[in-house]
Write a protein that binds this ligand. Structure first.
Ligand code: PEP
Length: 252
């Protein structure tokens, strides 16, 4: 399966900084066309920058996938502060991240809400990137698979298929901490996720499972070599053009 190298920009940057970031990524990809034969690249900017990043991507013949970091579970109406999946679609997004651990932790998002958001996103024609992952306490208590298993069965909606859904395994203790799961530990969890998805979805072999958690140029090659790791969801290192491209190169 072709790898997906996805940059979650989180709440970073400015109009100018993010324009420079996307321009740098496009320039790098155009300079090394073989990168696109090894992997797809995606970026997930903050909502307000989506239209301008979309313009840059379109000018580069749409070589990069564009997504948002969250969406509403509602289609339209009196939901102050929310952004609907259809609005994302209209502004050029094809993908949306849902259930990132930062949203679960700081915004109280539950599996049930994530499932409703995913259903609304699928209905609007968006591909979801549903995040799952255990905390350090849960891992140390030997409960990592139990937690991830529950997140999978409760946050993936019935509208999900191998084509409109991507799973990102992001151990919470590895996000933004510099700590990374070893390729063996990550593969063990990805293998478990694949097995669990077999029970929930048809064609789950075709579904991409990304690893996220301090992925960087130094560890990307070993992680991406694991049989069930189909790409990376990258936070910090996706904000540096050279690091992001170098992670893509690790998929070659
Ligand atoms: C993330 O937030 O999705 C992430 C994986 O962040 P980082 O790469 O910075 O750990």
């Amino acid at each position: 399966m072709k790898k997906l190298i996805a940059g979650n920009w989180k709440m970073n940057g400015s109009i100018q900084k993010n324009a420079l970031l996307i321009q740098g990524i496009i320039k790098g990809i155009e300079a090394e066309p073989n990168l696109l034969s090894a992997c797809d690249f995606a970026v997930f900017p903050p909502f307000v920058f989506i239209p301008s990043i979309n313009k840059e991507i379109k000018n580069a013949a749409g070589k990069i996938i564009l997504g948002a970091q969250d969406c509403s579970a509602f289609d339209a109406g009196a939901y102050t502060g929310e952004v609907s999946p259809l609005m994302l679609k209209e502004t050029g997004c094809t993908h949306v991240i849902l259930g990132h651990s930062e949203r679960r932790q700081y915004h109280g998002e539950t599996d049930e809400l994530i499932s409703r958001k995913a259903q609304a996103a699928n209905k609007a024609g968006l591909i979801t990137v549903i995040c799952v992952g255990e905390t350090l306490e849960e891992r140390e208590a030997g409960e990592a698979q139990k937690i991830v298993g529950r997140q999978l069965s409760s946050s993936i909606p019935e509208t999900a298929t191998a084509e409109n859904t991507i799973i990102a395994y992001e151990p919470v203790w590895a996000i933004g901490t510099g700590k990374t799961a070893t390729p063996d530990d990550a593969q063990a969890m990805h293998g478990f996720i694949r097995k669990k998805l077999n029970e929930q979805l048809e064609d789950s072999q075709k579904l991409r499972i990304l690893y996220g958690g301090s992925m960087k140029p130094e560890n990307a090659k070993d992680l991406l070599a694991a049989p069930d790791i189909d790409g990376g969801l990258i936070g910090g290192a996706s904000l540096q053009v050279a690091d992001f491209l170098s992670i893509g190169r690790a998929a070659l």
